[in-house]
Ligand binder design. Structure first.
Ligand SMILES: C[S@@+](CC[C@H](N)C(=O)[O-])C[C@H]1O[C@@H](n2cnc3c(N)ncnc32)[C@H](O)[C@@H]1O
Length: 245
């Protein structure tokens, strides 16, 4: 049977034993949570939550909250600090329907959608991203929100070209060793970034409305990335979503 989503090796996963949500990136999340859950009472599910640092921050800032960290890496789940209001779930986002039967108020996708890579094709990979978003509709409460942090790659002239080129290069096994030496941690497995417009389309055509959007400052783009990967703009963006129901 074809594997739906490629799995990173433990040495590739070690790099993710970190926390991508720094103080500045925490602020839009906090603002949205405070507005939509003013009493601070909510349940959350952190998809691809790895070492649990982000969940710990939520639990510390919102003493009435409780939640779960789901990840398909036992290595990273084992790095979690125990907490009475935190649960750990081992499994892949692609199997959400069969492994999660509880409904949550807030579901986080912090830099995980770009990992839902199918080796078979780029279009199947993008379908994995759409399916992952859609699958959360069933486990969101009526007041539920979805929070997505992602890397945004806008093309110089062709909007979606960088995402496609990076997917093609990183999913090729033949050049994996070379690309890893050049710094591409996901080489050999693949990674699939999108442009701002592509992320918006994936969100809005799969049952969600964008209630709030913020982004980091533009990151400097090395000339080699412009020349070889067609990257025009690069930054992190935060999407806060409500369901269309
Ligand atoms: C770039 S790291 C982000 C970690 C964390 N969310 C953060 O913001 O720092 C990607 C995380 O997604 C997890 N992951 C990748 N593919 C997954 C899948 N199919 N199902 C569940 N977790 C996955 C990895 O193990 C890793 O913890």
């Amino acid at each position: 049977m074809e594997q739906l989503v490629e799995q990173l090796s433990d040495d590739q996963l070690e790099v993710f034993d970190t926390e991508h949500v720094n103080h500045r990136r925490w602020l839009p999340i906090k603002r949205c949570l405070d507005r939509d859950f003013p009493d601070g009472r909510f349940t959350f599910l952190d998809l691809g939550g790895g070492n649990g640092n982000f969940a710990d921050r939520l639990l510390e800032n919102y003493p009435e909250s409780s939640g779960a960290v789901l990840d398909n890496s036992q290595l990273l789940l084992n790095r979690n600090k125990p907490h009475p209001r935190k649960r750990l779930v081992f499994g892949g986002v692609e199997n959400l329907e069969s492994i999660v039967d509880t409904r949550y108020d807030v579901i986080f996708f912090n830099w995980i959608l770009h990992h839902l890579v199918a080796r078979s094709s780029y279009s199947r990979t993008r379908e994995n991203q759409r399916l992952a978003l859609r699958s959360t509709l069933r486990i969101l409460t009526d007041r539920g929100r979805v929070s997505v942090y992602e890397d945004i790659y806008n093309g110089l002239a062709i909007d979606g070209a960088p995402g496609w080129i990076v997917y093609r290069l990183t999913s090729m096994r033949t050049v994996a060793r070379l690309l890893r030496k050049l710094g591409a941690n996901t080489a050999g497995v693949g990674v699939c970034f999108q442009s701002y417009r592509q992320w918006c389309a994936a969100i809005e055509r799969n049952g969600f409305r964008i209630l709030d959007y913020t982004n980091d400052d533009l990151a400097p783009v090395p000339w080699t990335w412009s020349a070889l990967l067609h990257v025009g703009e690069l930054r992190c963006g935060h999407f806060w979503l409500g369901s269309d129901r």
